[in-house]
Design a protein around this ligand. Sequence first.
Ligand code: AAT
Length: 292
Amino acid sequence: VIPGWFSEISPMWPGEAHSLKVEKILFQQKSKYQDVMVFQSSTYGKVLILDGVIQVTERDECAYREMITHLPLCSIPNPKKVLVIGGGDGGVLCEVSRHSSVEQIDICEIDAMVVDVSKQHFPDLAVGFQDPRVTLHIGDGVAYLNAVPEGTYDAIIVDSSDPIGPAQELFEKPFFQSVAKALRPGGVVCTQAESIWLHMHIIENIVANCRQIFKGSINYAWTTVPTYPSGVIGFMLCSTEGPAVDFKHPVNPLDENEDHSKAKGPLKFYNPEIHSAAFCLPSFAKRRLNGK
Ligand code: AAT
């Protein structure tokens, strides 16, 4: 450990640790669920850390939040009811609210401290909570989903932390089963699905479970986020049986239906070309995920 630097050390990426130079620690407290820390870095803006793992940096969070939101929402026509699990910083909510077709946005975040800390230190993300379509539920995403009536949502976005800690169950088969039940026919889910460089075994397990559960399309996509382990992070996209969804060819381009009333500023990362490109996998990953 280098003095004055934050190093992201975890058994999920043994033998390596990305480091950021710390200018100042702005918040540090233990919540009911995890250690919460915010610091000012010298090159990535403010950084949110949960249990020693980087969740958000001001500089590169756009790549993650835009992709995890618009990959699913631009793949179906007229999404109306959207559920976000995790995502207590509010960044994903900002992106969902760009979609003018959306009428209802529910979010279930387990840790109220994440929401409070975001309101205090990441106002540009927490502004997502101000959209009148948003309802915040504080609680476990697993329990929340089990109580949702069948067929409720057009899209579910699982913006969850890694499977060590409170998010563990969000990577397990029963969770994907309740996601499928909560979606309408032809509804879509997009979940945070780790790195092709570090976590092929986790990804293979998610893909195997989803193949059994989702009778529509199943695709893995990825994007680059410099401060996430290995610099890339992926998403599992699935649709339920019903109207066919072709994730690789977006049918709902944002620029045509975008809600400009909130003056959010233009998208920084997502565009229709990068949407389709996100599903192109390196050969090693393609072989493993296609079972060849
Ligand atoms: N947009 C920021 C990126 C995240 S945040 C993940 C959020 O999921 C955290 O706020 C965490 O408190 C919440 N969370 C964890 N478990 C649950 C649960 N069971 N139910 C609801 N919310 C939960 C993800 C960063 C990925 C990091 C990659 N290394």
